[in-house]
Design a protein around this ligand. Structure first.
Ligand code: GLU
Length: 376
């Protein structure tokens, strides 16, 4: 039985992010697969006519550029190669999207973002406002990572998680990842004849993460199944559904809507946008290790008090995002910290009423307030 949301129908999904992987966009000879892409653009046009707003997250810059520059290893041999390939490929990629969308009377807009643009709250809100404005203007944004300037430390590295973050920034109802596999399988479908596709995933737990360990075999993109499930965690945490479907067929969105295979990760019941943004962040400044009592208190929705803190790791300033971790290493929450790391170290394990005596002031009685914390 397919799910009601199968195909992400315009009646239920008003705003949709569609992510297309490199292996679908670029053939092994380094050319854009224009004929296939035209069928996808026809899908997008049909959805827009039906009232759905569509945002595209397109990979392919590195693969396209590498071929044009004659670089080895698909342009991924070194960071410098990847950046040169991305810069060269991106211009061709945008041209291609703009002209194919134009054929259908649709105006395209290009947005290139780095990880930092979405991890920094002010820039995240900026990107979000731009997307909102583009939607209002009935334009189709085509988004990619700004690979030509992003260095290894500040890269998403895969467009799966980028698509999920864009879905969150755009307050999309759903994200669909077009892939070379048609969903999440219980085991590697290429190696195990008994592998079964999972239609609907309600909760991403250790069992689901373990299933994701089978990778994509295309060798062109960088996102295997692990990054797709990671993207699903971000999207569903932000209140958007996420689907993995095959892009190896013509008109893939229509095919899926007509009953084709796929896996849908259902959106988690809302935590609110700000908390979703926190939970979906990929980088944090430090770690606060808490004891079992604090873990229980956080589970009940309470703030983190200094008394429950066993250890503080990293250098952070007040207002930075930190991971809250149990003594056995599980990340249980993420939040904006009320004290810098130096002060946090001094008040760790101490009662709130002692803070003023230790620090000479007590701006806050909690270390991380529950309003600024998201359980993960
Ligand atoms: N941003 C990369 C590109 O355009 C692709 C990243 C990925 O493989 O997901 O080539």
């Amino acid at each position: 039985m397919t799910h009601l949301l199968s195909g992400f129908p315009p009646a239920l999904v008003r705003r949709l992010v569609v992510k297309i992987g490199s292996a679908l966009l670029v053939d092994p000879a380094g050319q854009v697969r224009t004929d296939w892409l035209r069928t996808l653009v026809a899908d997008v046009a049909a959805r827009k006519t039906a009232g759905q707003q569509v945002i595209i997250v397109s990979s392919g810059a590195i693969a396209l550029g590498a071929r044009r520059l004659g670089l080895p290893k698909g342009g991924r041999g070194s960071l410098e190669d990847a950046q040169a390939a991305a810069a060269t490929g991106q211009i061709a990629l945008s041209q291609c999207w703009a002209s194919l969308l134009h054929e259908r009377g649709i105006t395209a807009a290009q947005m290139l973002v780095t990880l930092d643009d979405l991890e920094n709250r002010r820039r995240y809100l900026n990107a979000s406002a731009t997307l909102e404005r583009l939607m209002a203007l009935d334009v189709v944004p085509v988004v990619n990572e700004n690979d030509s300037v992003a260095t290894a430390e500040i890269r998403f590295g895969d467009n799966d998680r980028l698509a999920a973050r864009i879905g969150q920034a755009a307050r999309a109802d759903a994200v669909v990842l077009l892939s070379d596999v048609d969903g999440l399988y219980t085991a590697n479908p290429h190696a195990d004849a008994g592998a079964m596709r999972i239609e609907t995933i309600e909760r991403i737990d250790a069992r689901i993460m373990a299933m994701a360990d089978t990778g994509s075999a295309s060798g062109m993109g960088s996102g295997g199944m692990v990054s797709k499930v990671e993207a699903a965690r971000i999207a569903t945490g932000a209140g958007a559904h996420l689907a993995i479907i095959s892009g190896k067929v013509d008109a893939p969105l229509t095919r899926w809507a007509e009953g084709g295979p796929g896996s849908i990760f259902l959106a988690a019941p809302g935590q609110g946008a700000r908390k979703g943004w926190l939970a979906g962040r990929l980088t944090t400044r430090g770690r606060i290790i808490v004891d079992a009592g604090a873990e229980r208190a956080l589970g009940k929705g309470n703030s983190l008090l200094p008394a429950g803190v066993a250890q503080v790791e990293g250098v952070f300033a007040r207002g930075d995002v930190v991971d809250i971790v149990t003594e056995d290493g599980r990340v249980i929450a993420r939040g904006l910290v009320e004290y810098d790391s130096e002060a946090a170290l001094r008040i760790a394990g101490r009662r709130s009423e002692d803070i003023a005596g230790i620090l000479g002031e007590m701006p806050r009685s909690v270390l991380v307030h529950r309003d600024h914390m998201a359980m993960v």
